[in-house]
Design a binder for this molecule. Structure first.
Ligand SMILES: NC(=O)c1ccc[n+]([C@@H]2O[C@H](COP(=O)([O-])OP(=O)(O)OC[C@H]3O[C@@H](n4cnc5c(N)ncnc54)[C@H](OP(=O)(O)O)[C@@H]3O)[C@@H](O)[C@H]2O)c1
Length: 292
C-alpha cells in the first residue's frame, strides 16, 4: 500500500473527525487541524497523526505559514481535504452583510486560500497530489433559508471546476475532487446559525427549515460511513475501486436524487428555450465590429 499524507481542516467533529480516524486506521499519515488543538487531543496519541491549530478564516499569509509548517511534519503533503465549514440559515433579506461575509470567509475563502498556499508544493512533486473539497448537494440546489450556505457551496463548485480545468490544461500533477454530501447527522445540524434579524414575513420558510433539520436528525446519513466513502473516492479504493472518479462525487442517495431532479428539469428548460436563445446568433450575423 502507498502511504499518503493528508492535511484536513475542521477535524474536531463530524466528517473531519471520522476522516482522521479512518485514514489513520488505513495506515496513512494525517495532519489534523482544528480551531483549537484541545478538541483533538486524542489524535495526538495516534502514531501517524499530527495536530495543528488552524482557523481557515486566518489571513492568506498565516495559512501559508501553517501549510509550510505542516509540510515539515512528514516531509510532504499529498492530499488537501478542505472540510471545515458551517451552515448559516436565514432568509436572504434577513441576513446582514456580516453574516453573509462570515459564511464566505469560512466556507469559500478558507478552502481557496489553503488551496493557493499548497499549490506550489503540489505542482513541484512528481507524484499526483489531490485537492478534495467537501462541498454539498447545496452546491447544486438551493432551498428557502439555505441561500447563504448554498451560495458559498455554489461558489466552491465553480472555483474547483475552474481549477480542475486549469490543472489539466497545464498538465500539473494535481487532481481536483469535490465531494457533495446530502444530509448527514453531524454537529452541523445543531451548530446551524440562525439570523440575528428575524422578519415575520418569512415564518413559512422557518417552518420549512425546522422540519428539514428535524428530518436530517431522523434520517440523515451516518458520518463514519460518509467519511469512508469520501476516502474510497479520494483513493479510488474500496467501493470506488476500478471506477473513474469524476470531478464531483455525491454521497448519500439524497445527494444524487435532489440534484438529478434539478439537472433533468433544467435540461428540459434549456431545450425549450433553445430557439429563443438562438435568435441572438442570427442577430450577431449583422453585427459590425462596434457591437458589444
Ligand atoms: N452534515 C451534512 O449534512 C453536510 C452536508 C453537506 C456538506 N457538509 C459539509 O461537510 C463539511 C464538514 O461538516 P460536518 O457536517 O462534519 O459538520 P461539523 O461536525 O459541524 O464539522 C464542521 C467542522 O468545521 C470546523 N470549523 C468551522 N469553522 C471553522 C474555521 N473557521 N476554521 C477551522 N475549522 C472550522 C468546525 O469546528 P468547530 O466545531 O470547532 O467550530 C468543525 O470541526 C462542511 O464543509 C459542511 O458544509 C455537511
Amino acid at each position: 500500500m502507498i502511504t499518503k499524507v493528508f492535511y484536513i481542516t475542521g477535524t474536531s467533529s463530524g466528517f473531519g473527525r471520522e476522516l482522521v480516524l479512518d485514514l489513520a486506521s488505513r495506515g496513512h499519515k494525517v495532519i489534523a487541524t482544528a480551531l483549537s488543538t484541545d478538541w483533538i487531543e486524542d489524535f495526538a496519541k495516534l502514531d501517524n497523526v499530527k495536530t495543528q491549530k488552524v482557523d481557515v478564516t486566518d489571513s492568506p499569509t498565516i495559512l501559508q505559514q501553517k501549510v509550510e509548517e505542516a509540510i515539515t511534519f512528514f516531509g510532504k503533503i499529498d492530499v488537501l481535504v478542505n472540510n471545515a465549514g458551517f451552515s448559516q440559515t436565514g432568509c436572504l433579506e434577513e441576513l446582514s452583510d456580516g453574516e453573509l461575509r462570515k459564511s464566505f470567509d469560512t466556507n469559500f475563502f478558507g478552502p481557496v486560500n489553503l488551496t493557493k498556499a499548497i499549490l506550489p508544493h503540489f505542482r513541484s512533486t512528481e507524484t499526483e497530489s489531490l485537492i478534495c473539497t467537501v462541498t454539498s448537494m447545496c452546491g447544486i440546489v438551493s432551498f428557502p433559508m439555505a441561500g447563504a450556505y448554498a451560495s458559498t457551496k455554489f461558489a466552491l463548485e465553480g472555483y474547483f471546476e475552474g481549477l480542475s480545468s486549469e490543472m489539466k490544461m497545464v498538465q500539473a500533477p494535481v487532481r481536483v475532487l469535490c465531494i457533495a454530501p446530502g444530509g448527514f447527522k453531524t454537529e452541523l445540524i445543531d451548530n446551524t446559525k440562525k439570523p440575528q434579524n428575524i422578519l415575520d414575513v418569512y415564518s413559512p420558510a422557518r417552518v420549512y427549515m425546522d422540519s428539514l433539520l428535524k428530518n436530517m436528525h431522523a434520517t440523515g446519513g451516518i458520518p463514519k460511513i460518509g467519511a469512508k466513502l469520501m476516502i474510497d473516492a479520494m483513493l479510488q479504493e474500496g467501493s470506488a475501486e476500478g471506477k473513474e472518479i469524476p470531478l464531483r462525487v455525491p454521497i448519500g442517495s439524497d445527494g444524487v436524487d435532489i440534484p438529478l431532479d434539478k439537472f433533468k428539469s433544467q435540461a428540459e428548460a434549456y431545450e425549450s428555450w433553445r430557439s429563443f436563445a438562438a435568435e441572438a446568433d442570427s442577430a450577431m450575423d449583422g453585427c459590425n465590429t462596434n457591437c458589444n
